[in-house]
Design a protein around this ligand. Structure first.
Ligand code: GYE
Length: 335
């Protein structure tokens, strides 16, 4: 047991007096982000947030753009970001969330690869009082207090916009091959639902085949090659994302068809390569789905860590692009 000599006892009393002065004048370390100085007085900055981001993977251009947007915004806000690429496997996203909880992060951003299977791990995050902000894809849970908010596009509306555009383009008569996204993923389920709703009153708009290309360019190409053999009479392709549509365009060209003319190509996302295909005439329409969610995600995180109640869903609005507006928009594209 250490004995205190007169010298270090005096030293300790002096230190206690300093600490008391610091606390009374509010100059001690503060976790209160409201302490950021407004009137120029030199106040300590708020403790930097530590946020875990569980990302689906890197399946295509859209996903990469989303990842870059969130990483850039974290850097801009001085957030300590812990990033996990799940390689398109839900079990890896769940492992990442458990790791973030164990590390005691302040908040978690999750892009959930599929809609179901999240309750157990989100209950653990709730138990640990770590708010979870969902970006880009939604989930199905009985208790929506398991997440703070969802920031995403309306995928049903996107499917409907694609259908409306195709009906107009083809005067309501098309033999359609549909390229679906990842099975069980919210955008795949809802873009299918919205498109089917859009064509339901048009009996000559026929989906003759529908298969998943997993949101990947390679998947879109492989599926289109196979389905072209079964349905050479196809007159339109509806793809749940641009990466698969661009793969399908390759398959159509290799089969001696002219994409954009012999076969109308309608897609979703609005990535740069899709705009180039629109300008080149190989693609006919893409419904934008904005991946640049970094600013909105961290606005939500900053509110959630302060215990503020957030709207359960914030809809990101999308526009439709085709040959009439693609060239003018191409220079403005940020992803
Ligand atoms: O459309 C696709 C990506 O979740 C909205 O995932 C996102 C989708 C996007 O693979 O390109």
């Amino acid at each position: 047991m250490k004995s205190f000599t007169p010298f270090n006892r005096r030293g300790l009393l002096g230190l206690a007096a300093c600490l008391t002065a610091l606390v009374l004048t509010g100059c001690g370390p503060s976790n209160d982000s409201s302490s950021s100085s407004a009137g120029g007085e030199s106040k300590p900055s708020a403790k930097a947030l530590t946020v875990g981001f569980a990302q689906v993977g890197a399946e295509g251009a859209w996903r990469t753009a989303e990842t870059e947007s969130i990483k850039a915004e974290a850097a801009k806000r001085g957030v300590n970001l812990k990033f996990s690429d799940a390689q398109s496997k839900q079990e890896n996203e769940i492992k990442a969330i458990r790791s973030f909880i164990a590390q005691g992060v302040d908040a978690i951003i999750l892009a959930p690869i599929v809609e179901t299977g999240w309750e157990p791990v989100l209950k653990e995050a709730k138990q640990a009082k770590i708010p979870v902000v969902l970006v880009d894809r939604g989930i199905k849970v009985d208790d929506d207090s398991l997440y703070a908010t969802l920031i995403a596009s309306d995928f049903v509306a996107e499917g409907k916009m694609a259908a409306d555009w195709l009906i107009k383009k083809t005067d309501g008569k098309a033999t359609i091959i549909e390229l679906q996204g990842t099975p069980g993923a919210a955008p795949a389920i809802d873009r299918k639902k919205g498109f089917e709703e859009g064509i339901k009153d048009h009996p000559d708009m026929k989906i003759v085949a529908s298969q998943s290309g997993d949101f990947r360019r390679s998947g879109g190409k492989q599926v289109m090659e196979a389905l072209l053999k079964v349905h050479p009479e196809v007159t339109a392709v509806y793809s749940h994302n641009d990466d698969m549509a661009l793969g399908a365009i390759q398959a159509l060209e290799e089969a001696g068809k002219k994409p954009g003319t012999d076969v109308i190509v309608v897609s979703v996302d609005g990535v740069q390569d899709a705009f180039k295909a629109l300008v080149a005439g190989n693609m006919n329409c893409t419904v934008e789905c904005n991946p640049l969610l970094g600013p909105m995600a961290f606005d939500a995180v900053e509110k959630a860590v302060k215990g503020e109640t957030l709207p359960k869903k914030t809809i990101v609005h999308d526009r439709v692009f085709d040959v009439s507006n693609a060239a003018a928009e191409l220079p403005n594209r940020k992803y």
